[in-house]
Write a protein that binds this ligand. Structure first.
Ligand code: PLP
Length: 450
């Protein structure tokens, strides 16, 4: 392996990182992570950290999940790749599709379309939504609704429905016919209330009004995350998803649950849709599906949509969409082993229990430190929002957030920052001792940042 100086130098020289300004990164070089072990990572200098980021909300079972590693190696020896375009398929792909439909049976899922990741899964859902309406005799249903502060990946479709203008600004013009509803955010909203149930009703009323204005028969789908992750871990009131489901049903609008983060246990339930007790028409999944060990995603399609596709012959019913790596046998083998472990270890149950401990610890930190404006979370996805003025909810400066990050890193815990939010999304296979380590490092970080 090349020495540390070579790596640091050439990272600056030759690497462009996702979601980063290359020039600014040169001044503030990234940590080079060299090993993963259990729920910890070790950087190139040998500094060991509890991974409070869980890879990127995806290494749910940790870095030493031997059954997943073994499945990848075995499949690599047997069949490292073959395409799944019309004419061929492979056994892990078939078995995984079966397992996924079983796993998401309570959500009403009946078909699987495999992809290479979250953005692909979102794109697949958006495209299939339009195609469904065409095949179903309503080709004018083309528009999409989504939530402000929602994140749906970076393909043109997904970025168009994205609820953060920063992800669109440099890439305009985006897809036309996209409309954004307010986020169900109790801490910051336009409604001057922190009552989640009231906020849910107000957004529902705006949605209804907009449907009437646009014409229901022009709208293809509403896409939203059950808990908004990248937008700052925004947990809607329990009435929100059911309300939106009911409105979509009444107007023939498809509901796409973007479960890229929330699928496979992160919220403390097998899916965010199950958490809120709703059945979406499609689900985009990725991340935890393969424990982050192989780039993989799946668009899940409900029974309701199946017939329109499967009984339509010719071009209209043909899915003219897909990826070279749709149904990659190694990814499918990794996912099969991951799902078996997720079930065996009751990973969702663990996330639910430890999520309560994590949130109560975060609330205690809010009580202790004036710079914490809000502490929120569901299962093992949580956030602290830092402010410089609690009354006015003024977002904290970048330097304050960075000071917390640096001190937590020094104290041996990796967290992620996004604007004035500190995001906590550890591996789901952690225990109470790990939650305590995260809280203790945050305590150190907050003291340093105050
Ligand atoms: N959808 C949601 C809800 C996500 O959180 C993400 C990524 O964080 C994506 C889509 C995009 O997934 P990927 O980065 O795997 O393309």
């Amino acid at each position: 392996m090349r020495d540390t100086n070579f790596l640091i130098e050439n990272n600056a020289k030759h690497v462009w990182h996702p979601m980063a300004n290359p020039g600014e990164m040169r001044e503030n070089p990234p940590h080079i992570i060299e090993y993963g072990e259990g729920v910890e990572i070790i950087d190139i200098h040998g500094h060991r950290l509890l991974d409070g980021v869980g890879g990127l909300w995806n290494v749910n079972l940790g870095y030493s999940c031997e059954p997943v590693k073994a499945a990848i190696i075995a499949q690599l020896q047997k069949l490292p790749y073959y395409n799944a375009f019309r004419g061929t398929t492979n056994s892990p792909l078939i078995e995984l599709s079966y397992e996924l439909c079983q796993f998401f049976k309570p959500e009403g899922m009946a078909r699987t379309f495999l992809t290479s990741g979250g953005s692909d899964s979102v794109e697949t859902c958006l495209r299939l939504a339009r195609q469904y309406h065409r095949a179903n005799g309503q080709p004018e249903r083309t528009k999409f609704f989504s939530l402000k502060k929602g994140y749906h990946g970076t393909h043109f479709g997904g970025a168009s429905v994205n609820g953060n203008a920063n992800f669109r600004r440099n890439y305009e013009p985006m897809l036309g016919g996209v409309h954004h509803l307010p986020a169900p955010f109790t801490y910051r909203n336009q409604f001057e209330t922190e009552d989640g149930a009231v906020i849910a009703k107000k957004i529902a009323a705006i949605f209804e009004e907009e449907i009437a204005f646009q014409g229901a028969d022009t709208i293809a789908a509403l896409i939203m995350e059950p808990v908004l992750g990248s937008g700052g871990v925004i947990v809607p009131h329990e009435t929100f998803f059911p309300l939106m489901r009911e409105i979509c049903d009444r107007h023939g609008i498809l509901l796409i649950a973007d479960e890229v983060i929330t699928g496979f246990g992160r919220t403390g339930s097998e899916s965010g849709s199950r958490l809120w007790g709703i059945k979406p028409d499609m689900m985009s999944t990725a991340k935890g599906i393969s424990n982050g060990y192989f780039p993989l995603g799946a668009a899940m399609i409900s029974e309701k949509l199946v017939d329109a596709f499967e009984s339509t012959k010719g071009a209209l019913g043909t899915i003219s969409h897909g990826y070279t790596y749709s149904g990659h046998p190694i990814g499918a083998a990794a996912a099969l082993a991951t799902i078996a472990e997720v079930k065996r270890l009751d990973i969702a149950g663990n996330a639910a229990t430890l999520g309560v401990e994590l949130l109560s610890g975060l609330q205690a930190l809010k009580a202790k430190y004036e710079i914490v404006g809000d502490a929120r979370g569901k299962g093992l996805m949580a956030a602290l929002e830092l402010v410089s003025d609690r009354e006015k909810k003024t977002p904290a400066d970048k330097a304050v957030v960075q000071a917390l990050y640096d001190a937590a890193y020094e104290a041996g815990v990796m967290v992620r920052t996004s604007g004035s939010n500190v995001i906590i999304s550890p591996c789901l296979a952690i225990g109470t001792e790990h939650v305590n380590r995260i809280l203790s490092a945050l305590d150190t970080g907050l003291a340093a940042a105050t």
